[in-house]
Design a protein around this ligand. Sequence first.
Ligand code: PMP
Length: 436
Amino acid sequence: TEQYQDISRIKSAELFEKAKQFFPGGVNSPVRAFKSVYGTPLFIERGDKAHLWDADGNEFIDYCCSWGPLILGHNNADIRNAVAGQLDKGLSFGAPTQLENELAELILSNNTYIEKIRFVSSGTEAVMSAIRLARGYTKRDKIVKFEGCYHGHSDSLLVKAGSGLVTFGETSSAGVPKAFADETIVIALNDTQALEEVFATFKDQIAAVIIEGVPANNGLLIQDHDYINFLRRITQEQGTLLIFDEVITGFRLGFQGAAHYYGVQPDIITYGKIIGGGMPVGAYGASHELMGYISPDGGVYQAGTLSGNPVAMAAGIATLRQLAAPGFYEKQEKTTAAFVDTLRSYIAEKEYEVKIFTIGSIFWFAFTAQESIKRADEIDPQSMEKYKVMHRSLLNQGIYFGPSGYEVGFISSAHTETDLEQTIIAIKAALDIVFQ
Ligand code: PMP
């Protein structure tokens, strides 16, 4: 039957062979190379609403959504019109435009957690700049990050845990000087003792603790309110800034993201993905006082030729206007909960050893018997073999999930009842194959 029959990848395979001559691994971002799943990567030709078409003409219902930005689906009419309208006026000026004011006002007037914002061009840049601000403000050098949180590919953050409860990190990429990694301390999530030890060991040396609003780059590691409150309390006591990296959760977990979900006031918040509606945008924001440290007001330098790019701003404005409409998030969360509940019933009925973790319109399939997973080291790498089987079967049935079992899925407002029903049938069939 169709879930066993592999889709045609003739054109994609040809394009991939050619791409390998041009790009390392044939791609411009590593996970796209399909190293962790079956087959060659699919070259995408176009998207419309919740659907994608690849170079071979295969059609998919998309749950990757460009890794999160496409909360309104592909080819959203308002975003397309806003971008097209800007094309007539110009692509880039390297000078201020009214569009930047408009996007900033839309964000700041609907968000009580930041008072000023700076636009950049990617999540990586947003986080890198937030770290520099924290160091500039506190006049301290060390930062604490958590194992399993991804914050982009800047040097200070490409660091993984060393051995032992509290250690200096080790670089997780060649080319990152050891001296940089020495300034980054990596500890496990959901471990209050580890953080207390860090502060005891490195008294008055820690500029910032950074955490993803909800860690969603290494599975979906949903943290308790108590733990997040603890992070806020201990950082405040220690004169250390708390940074929420909301590149995924910003404008996804409600308009005000994880800060509002947890009811916690971070010192700096970073955004990306959704804020640009599919165009390259990132941002970081904080209080007037903190943002006063940023150049040209203050001594923390940060700049960008394409920062606040007018086309990207236009896309962002058109996106956030739709998200600010009353009931937008409630509807999306209800849709996601119903989708997950239906699948959970099937899993329970069949007694399959797989869990679906979910928050807002994010979901993650974990092949585990555990009722919750809060730390990266609770994920069994062997379980990824099962994800591979599921992923292959889903593609064969026209369902596009991210090409790694560590990646979460996203539901957009463009996913229709029919899309979701079709997806449920496909997932059931895929799980039957995984557990046959
Ligand atoms: N922070 C988080 C939480 C992310 O999820 C990502 C990207 N997945 C980044 C930072 C880096 O963003 P970008 O890929 O836009 O540089």
